[in-house]
Design a binder for this molecule. Structure first.
Ligand code: PLP
Length: 360
């Protein structure tokens, strides 16, 4: 078996003990004589799994009782639309645009209603978070939308904006469960789990009860949050195996010291990488200090051919999926929860060697 250090932005590295436990249970889940992949979603064994998943994430994040937790399907990109459909009941919502994913969320809102852009970092190619102080939030906006960690551009909103009493909705996909979070500051948090928490195919929505409308005339059943709220995410067949894997990852995070423990480990890894990048003569980080993600770290040499050579050489050395997103170019190291410190140490050591070999 040859495991690599996988720096993919998503689907991404998962904790090895979780993969091993799933492998051990693949043919016979806890004496049921079948795999979770083969099991009825109406069985008591699966009900126990989804109940445990909800209880575990509630405990990890300290989710208040007046928030619902949903395990959905359709891609996090579908949540861009369903957020607007469910929460923007008067057709108005305000958006902060800090990269690829908030732009896509805005696009869905433009199809559906009347969004307003409060701030955008596009003029600086999203290399920093725009000024978010004193935003001109519409008092009747249903929510203010942010992508708290932009996977593609590698930026991060470190200080939540003052939304002037309007509920805040955050896409936390690529930072989900990477650090403690005060859920009560948000109206809704959503995340596709394939970045930091599990295999692709599950989206977790944490939404304040009072924001979920009872009645949405003209909206298909599966696009209403209320449908899955009423049925405990079991209105139809959920992604059973995905939820089972998420549950295992929740327990793994707990064993690592919970979200405080994850935060300390994630900061250590990011500091190691950024310190090297800031002092390197060959590589430059593309995001300014103060706006940097500690999950997704884009960097460039300034020479496309050299970037390509670096990615190819790194791959040969077991450091894979370092190619940057097509809209940014260069490289991107995603250093999620499950990336061990050793992986980042190996990456930095490899970059130092590469820099030495390519010094003019
Ligand atoms: C990957 C990602 C998405 C979209 O996820 P899909 O499940 O592929 O639709 C949305 N937001 C962020 C921040 C992401 O990183």
């Amino acid at each position: 078996m040859a495991r690599v250090y996988n720096f993919s932005a998503g689907p991404a590295v998962l904790p090895e003990p979780v993969l091993q436990a799933a492998a051990d249970e693949m043919l016979d889940y806890q004496g049921t004589g079948m795999s979770v992949c083969e099991m009825s979603h109406r069985s008591s064994a699966f009900q126990d799994i989804i109940d445990d998943a909800e209880a575990s994430i509630r405990k990890l994040m300290g989710i208040p009782d007046n928030y619902k937790v949903l395990f959905l399907q359709g891609g996090d990109s579908l949540i861009f639309a369903t957020t607007f459909i469910n929460l923007a009941t008067n057709g108005k919502a305000d958006y902060i645009v800090t990269g690829n994913w908030s732009k896509k969320a805005l696009k869905e809102a433009q199809i559906l209603g009347d969004p307003k852009v409060l701030a955008s970092g596009e003029d600086k190619n999203f290399s920093e978070i725009p000024d978010l102080t004193n935003l001109d939030v519409r008092p009747d906006a249903s929510y203010v939308y942010i992508c708290e960690n932009e996977t593609v551009h590698g930026n991060r909103i470190w200080t939540l904006p003052d939304t002037k009493g309007v509920p805040l909705v955050a896409d936390q996909s690529s930072m989900f469960l990477s650090e403690p979070v005060d859920v009560a500051r948000y109206g809704m948090i959503h995340a596709g789990v394939q970045k930091n928490v599990g295999p692709a195919g599950v989206q977790i929505v944490i939404v304040r009860e009072d924001l979920i409308p009872d009645d949405l005339p003209g909206v298909p059943t599966m696009l209403r949050f209320k449908t899955q709220v009423d049925k405990g995410s079991l209105y139809d067949t959920p992604n059973c195996f995905g939820i089972y894997m998420c549950d295992k990852v929740f327990h793994w995070i707990e064993s690592q010291g919970g979200l405080e423990g994850m935060k300390a480990k994630n900061e250590e890894k990011a500091t190691l990488l950024y310190d090297y990048l800031d002092n390197s003569d060959l590589f430059q980080p593309t995001v300014r200090p103060g706006s940097r993600s500690i999950m997704n770290v884009p960097f460039v040499t300034g020479d496309k051919d050299l970037d390509a050579e670096f990615v190819a050489e790194a791959t040969k050395n077991g450091l894979v999926s370092l190619k940057g997103h097509r809209s940014v170019g260069g490289m991107r190291a995603s250093i999620y929860n499950a990336m061990p410190l050793e992986g980042v140490q190996k990456l930095v050591a490899f970059m130092k060697d590469f820099e030495l070999a390519h010094k003019a």
